[in-house]
Design a protein around this ligand. Structure first.
Ligand code: C2O
Ligand code: CU
Ligand code: CU
Length: 484
């Protein structure tokens, strides 16, 4: 158990990435955590996202220019129905080209929204999304090559729920913002005036941007108010690079119910949960004892062997507070027992006949590394991303077995247009949190994944595979493939 006093005690010493235990806000009032607005498209089968700029005053001192969808920072939670076809409409009111990639949607390349599908300033993009997969928490974000990191940092991201309307039968909390909370985890830095700052240091360029202030759903220092019962947290790590290792401050268990691509068969009880950029996990936490607790994270600097060279980041401090909870007896506690059958599944694909492929996530470390342009610094299998090169072709309906290795540090690896099974991590059975369907996996050494490609993608509009540390992705740690 970590007390607030221990947090304060552990702060000292000028490490660049140390977190303040609680940020210093202009008005020190307890503020309840707000959810992103819910944009429920399950009945209408259509939704609209308008990328726009706005002003956000995070610290109560001065406004930052931020970007969002339909609002100043981040976007609404878009709920779409499993088994339906949805008309999306994206408008770009910004002065830069953006794109909207549906991260986790298993759909054809022609609606994927990756770097080959920019929406120019003033333009509209109106893809029809076939939603054939089961219930899941996915997300959307801009994906312009070379601009994904700054654009997501500015706010071009949001959560999406694929819903089948059957959470009641499953005994799962589903009351949006009451017992079913959307939690977008991000870290940011602010300048002296209190404005959001994305000036990259050399360590940021090498290892990915790290902030020193926790921002949840675009808010700093907010408290999530929860009923005295079981609450579902749909967690998205929407940070540029930070990896969180989450646990509850009093050690109470986290019950994992869903991984990136949907529900498990049954909950998995965990003490801690690692969530890398791009990953989503849904968990249940039992607040029925009425005690106020917090969600904490370990520092998890992800410096690999570079920690020493890169000064400052090797700091492994005490855990920091991600989100405090306050139990409110007046909120309806609808769910008070853990469900045992979630109705989801664990993947068990047939590896027979799978095409084998090796993927190495490379960071150039030769002499002169610091001087090189980003494009030469990061690569996959030795080759930096090239929009005009198809790295390989996959047969439609085929199963592939990829061996992925991470060089120098941990890299969260994501594949578009598919969900996969994790066969092993470093030669051992996958960690419990990786036993469900995934579309992003933190590679800490080496992992083997198995996936069946049932969505087509042309060479003109291919699927991406990449590191989800956004500065690595923009710097060239990405490749593309077609499926036909
Ligand atoms: Cu979350 Cu290729 O993206
Ligand atoms: Cu994606
Ligand atoms: Cu990486």
């Amino acid at each position: 158990m970590t007390t607030r006093r221990e947090f304060l005690g552990g702060l000292g010493g000028g490490a660049i990435a140390a977190f303040l235990p609680r940020p210093i806000l202009a008005q020190q009032v307890a503020r309840p955590l707000q959810m992103p607005p819910l944009l429920d498209a399950t009945a209408s089968g259509r939704f609209q996202l308008a990328a726009q700029s706005g002003q956000t005053d995070f610290l109560g001192r001065s406004a930052s220019e931020t970007w969002g969808f339909n609002q100043a920072f981040l976007g609404p939670t878009v709920r779409i129905a499993s088994g339906s076809t949805v008309q999306a409409e994206v408008e770009n009111h910004l002065r830069d080209a953006i794109s909207v990639h549906w991260h986790g949607l298993v759909a054809p390349g022609e609606v994927d929204g990756g770097p080959h599908q920019p929406v120019a300033p003033g333009d509209r993009w109106t893809p029809v999304l076939p939603v054939s997969q089961p219930a899941a928490t996915i997300w959307y974000h801009s994906h312009i090559h070379g601009q994904t990191a700054p654009q997501v940092h500015k706010g071009l991201a949001g959560v999406m729920q694929i819903s089948d309307g059957r959470d009641g039968e499953r005994g799962l909390p589903s009351d949006y913002g009451i017992d079913d909370l959307t939690i977008v985890l991000q870290d940011r830095r602010f300048d002296r005036a209190g404005r959001m700052d994305y000036a990259l240091s050399m360590p940021d360029r090498m290892m990915g941007f790290l902030g020193d202030t926790m921002v949840v759903n675009g808010q700093i220092g907010a408290t999530a108010e929860v009923p005295k019962g079981i609450v579902r947290l749909r967690l998205l790590n929407g940070s540029n690079s930070r990896i969180y290792d989450l646990s509850m401050s009093d050690g109470r268990p986290i019950h994992l119910i869903a991984t990136d691509s949907g529900l498990l068969d049954r909950p998995i009880e965990l003490d801690n949960l690692t969530i890398a950029t791009g990953e989503r996990y849904e968990i249940l936490v039992d607040f029925s004892d009425g005690a106020d607790v917090s969600l904490l994270s370990q520092q998890s600097m992800n410096t690999g062997m570079m920690g020493g060279m890169m000064g400052g980041r090797q700091a492994s401090g005490p855990p920091f507070e991600v989100l405090p909870f306050a139990v409110r007896a007046d909120l309806p506690a609808r769910i008070t027992a853990l469900p045992d059958d979630l109705g989801g599944s664990r993947p068990s694909l047939d590896p027979a006949g799978a095409t084998r492929r090796g993927v190495t996530l490379d960071m150039g470390m030769g002499p002169g590394m610091m001087m090189r342009q980003n494009g030469d610094r990061f690569a996959i299998n030795g080759r930096p991303f090239d929009m005009t090169r198809t790295d390989f072709k996959v047969g439609l309906g085929h199963t592939e077995h990829w061996s992925i290795s991470a060089n120098m540090m941990m890299h969260p690896f994501h594949v578009h247009g598919v969900k996969f099974q994790v066969l092993s991590e470093n030669g051992r059975a996958p960690r419990p949190q990786n036993t469900g369907w995934k579309d992003t996996i933190l590679i800490d050494g080496q992992a083997e994944i198995l996936m069946q490609f049932d969505q087509p993608a042309s060479e003109a509009l291919p699927f991406m595979f990449h590191c989800h540390i956004l500065e690595h992705e923009d710097g060239g740690m990405m490749g593309q493939f077609s499926v036909s």
